[in-house]
Each structure stands twice: as C-alpha cells, then as structure tokens.
Design a binder for this molecule. Structure first.
Ligand code: NAD
Ligand code: UFG
Length: 334
C-alpha cells in the first residue's frame, strides 16, 4: 500500500516525503512542477501532471494501491489570490473536488490536507484556537476553508476521513541541507532575508512599521518544515488508528516580529542585512500566533525544532549550500 503525495516536489511536500521515507512508507508523488522542482522529488514513483487531470488520477489510482492521500498541491500566494481569485478556486477547490471524486471511485478513504492560518483572517484573540471564527481576508484563505468544508461533507456522505492541518508560517530546511525552500519568485520573509545575506538582494523591505505591535511590525508564528512533516505522518497514523476526522493548528505558540526575525538572521549569518521600511502589504493581519495544544494532545505532536535560531540556521545551511536553489542543479543530492 502506498501514500499518494500531491505537491511532493514542493517545499513542504518534499520534506514530508523525506519524513515518510524515513518512517518506511511507500510513496507516490504527483506534481505538475508549476512551482515545485524535479530535484526535490525523492521517490521512484513520480507522475508529472496536474491534480485536475482526471485521466491522470485514474492512472495513478489504478497503477498503485493507494491507501491514503496527502494533498499539498495548491496555489498559495495571498496577494496573487486577491488579483486572480479564479486561479485559486480552480487550482485549489476544483482540484480537490476531482481528487476526492477519484478517491471515492477507488475506495480510498483517508486524506491529510494542507490548510492554513489564512482561514482565520484577522484573529479576535491570541493564541488562535481551532474553534475560533474563520473569516478569511483573501481568496486563498477562502478556498482553503471551502475545501475543509467539502471534506466535512464528503466524510458524512462517503465516509472519507480527513485531517486538515492549518499551518502557520513554514520555514527552515532539512537538517541534512539537501532540500529546502526555493520559490520563484520568493515572497516569504526568511528566504528573502537570507538572500540579502548572500548578496543576492540589496536589502529586505519591511512591509509596514505602524502595526499595533511593540515594534510596529507584523508578528508571526514560525514553524520548522520538519516539524510540519512529522505532523503529517502523525495525522496519517491517527487516520489509520482512530479513523476520525479533525482540524489542527500547527505553530510554536510564540510570535516574532519582522524586525526580530531580521535581527535573528543577522546573528545567525553574521551579515548586517540592511532593511528598508516600506508600505504595508494588503491583507496582512498584524499578529498570527497558534495554539497547537490540540495537535499535541490528539496527534502526539512534539516539535523538535521550535527555536527560531535553529529554524533560521537550517534555512541558512540550505541557502549557503544551494545559492541558486534547485536551479543550481545540486538540490536534492544527499
Ligand atoms: P509549494 O508551491 O512549494 O508546493 C506546492 C507544490 O504543488 C508544487 O510542487 C507545485 O508544483 C504543486 N502543484 C500546485 N498545483 C498543482 C496541481 N494542480 N497539480 C499538481 N501539482 C500542483 O508550496 P508550499 O509552501 O510547499 O505549500 C504546500 C501547501 O501548504 C500548499 O497547499 C499551501 O497552501 C500550504 N501552506 C503553506 C504555508 C507556508 O508557509 N509555505 C503555510 C500554510 C499553508
Ligand atoms: N514580510 C516583509 N517583507 C518581505 C516579506 C514578508 O516584511 O519581503 C512580512 C509580511 O508582511 C508578514 C511576514 O513578513 O508580516 C511574513 O510574511 P510571509 O510572506 O513570509 O508569510 P505570510 O505570513 O504572508 O504567509 C504564510 C504563508 C501562507 C499562510 C500564512 C499563515 O505563505 O500560505 O503564512 O500564517 F497562510
């Protein structure tokens, strides 16, 4: 029996595949490479194609005895989703509808889904708990929330059990330094700061310093990508053992401002990392911090790399070794 990982050539997907292989799982990857990298595919069974391609889904589910699906494949840029919402409804919602239909046809009853803190919108309290109101402020968050609801209805109707994992800010890289974050274009804070340290950018723009926080910059809860990977394995185990659906936050419960993250990157890299205060980025909530008590309690999740310095060190290790990301041709090699 195999686990089908959609988006397994992407950032979080490839790290989760690495974790699954360590745990002795058989893995099949399906990825269109629209934002992923061939060099990040770590398995023999790999299909390059789109989750929305029903013929391809038919082939994958026929070629392999799939026990469960972990679905990472998505479009995930908050800003882009505001200017091109239909792309998000198509690549996120339509894709999951077709995936669930294929699972249902083939009797596959378990799915772990990449949800997001963006389902909450502007939070009413900190830290955020799973039962708190979900009022997304972007089409990206809306599509992820719509998928969570689709999953709940498919549980009732077809008995497909799901775990939706609402990640906060993923960061860091594999401790061995052979896979890491490489988005083109890069929009995430930590890789952008490290590109300044590498001399690839002149400065990092701080998107707003007039937020209602201590230093005026946005606060986020950064979580190591390998801790996310561990949570996916545990979610799979929960589906296998209890067969119960659930929704879980994944974060460390500690917030760091943009200025604090830049300062920590200066410490780790020894580089001055110039910064320039710029206008706010539309759609950014001031503070996003998770309560992950439910994941700890019900999944047995224990983050191993909670310290921000450790997260940044692992990212720095990857970026220094692969300054051109997977484009340098060395990513993915052990
Ligand atoms: P990523 O872009 O690195 O990975 C996504 C992968 O999916 C890519 O390899 C891409 O080629 C593939 N893909 C996209 N659409 C596809 C399709 N229709 N068919 C086949 N493959 C397709 O993104 P990531 O940062 O690894 O994020 C993974 C998941 O986690 C996404 O669902 C994202 O919304 C979610 N998420 C990410 C973060 C974060 O901080 N990075 C936070 C919350 C949630
Ligand atoms: N930021 C800057 N300068 C930059 C880039 C980012 O100041 O050049 C700021 C942002 O304004 C934000 C913080 O750094 O306050 C983090 O921004 P990221 O772009 O790294 O991450 P986001 O918080 O926007 O979004 C990420 C994922 C989403 C997910 C969200 C959940 O990309 O998919 O975390 O918290 F929904």
């Amino acid at each position: 029996m195999s686990v089908l990982v959609t988006g397994g050539a992407g950032y979080i997907g490839s790290h989760t595949v690495a974790e699954l292989l360590t745990r002795g799982e058989e893995v099949v990857v399906l990825d269109s490479l629209q934002t992923g990298h061939r060099g990040a595919v770590l398995v023999e069974y790999y299909y390059q194609g789109d989750v929305r391609d029903t013929d391809l889904l038919q082939r994958v589910f026929t070629d392999h005895e799939i026990e469960a699906v972990i679905h990472f494949a998505a479009s995930s840029l908050v800003g882009e989703s505001v200017t091109d919402p239909l792309k998000y409804y198509d690549n996120n919602v339509v894709a999951v509808q077709r995936l669930l239909a294929a699972m249902n046809r083939h009797g596959v009853k378990q799915i772990v889904f990449s949800s997001t803190a963006a389902t909450y919108g502007e939070p009413l309290r900190t830290p955020i708990e799973e039962e708190d109101p979900t009022e997304p402020t972007s089409p990206y968050g809306e599509t992820k929330l719509a998928i969570e609801k689709m999953l709940a209805w498919c549980d009732r109707a077809y008995g497909i059990k799901s775990v939706s994992l609402r990640y906060f800010n993923a960061a860091g890289a594999h401790p061995d330094g052979w896979i890491g974050e490489d988005h083109q274009p890069e929009t995430h804070l930590i890789p952008i700061i490290l590109q300044v340290a590498l001399g690839q950018r002149e400065h990092v723009a701080i998107f707003g310093d007039d937020y209602p926080t201590e230093d005026g910059t946005c606060i986020r809860d950064y979580i190591h990508v390998m801790d996310l990977a561990q949570a996916h394995y545990l979610a799979l185990q929960r589906l296998r053992s209890s067969g119960e659906s659930g929704i879980y936050n994944l974060g460390n419960g500690t917030g760091f401002s943009v200025k604090q993250v830049i300062e920590k990157c200066r410490e780790v890299t020894g580089h001055p990392i110039p910064s320039v205060v710029s206008p706010r980025r539309p759609g950014d909530p001031a503070v996003l911090i998770a309560s992950s008590q439910k994941a700890k309690r019900e999944l047995g999740w224990t983050p191993r790399y909670a310290d921000l310095g450790t997260i940044i060190e692992s990212a720095w290790n990857w970026h220094r070794r692969h300054p051109l990301g997977f484009g340098g041709g060395t990513g993915g090699s052990r």
